[in-house]
Write a protein that binds this ligand. Structure first.
Ligand code: ZN
Length: 84
């Protein structure tokens, strides 16, 4: 499949843009609690939480998987930290 993306390119679940995940460059990480992979831009720009209304796809995904949606005091959805 010559037009296929390289294996180490992944689409961020949140912004749906491709980012490199290895070798050597890891521009994002899996968010295991949510069963998604997200790019560093989304993670760092939403360090204080995602606005649920701006991420209906994520909310649907979490609901479909039966993953608890825990909003913080601002009503935002904090991204589970690495290794938690
Ligand atoms: Zn992203």
């Amino acid at each position: 499949m010559p037009h296929d993306k390289p294996k180490f390119m992944y689409d961020c679940f949140l912004c749906q843009r491709p980012f490199q995940f290895g070798p050597h460059v890891y521009a994002g990480r899996p968010v295991r609690q949510w069963d998604i992979i997200a790019c560093e831009i989304c993670i760092s720009s939403n360090w204080d939480g995602l606005v649920p209304q701006q991420h209906p796809r994520l909310i649907e995904h979490l609901k479909a998987k039966g993953i608890e949606i825990r909003l913080n005091d601002e009503g935002w959805l904090p991204i589970p930290p690495r290794g938690s």
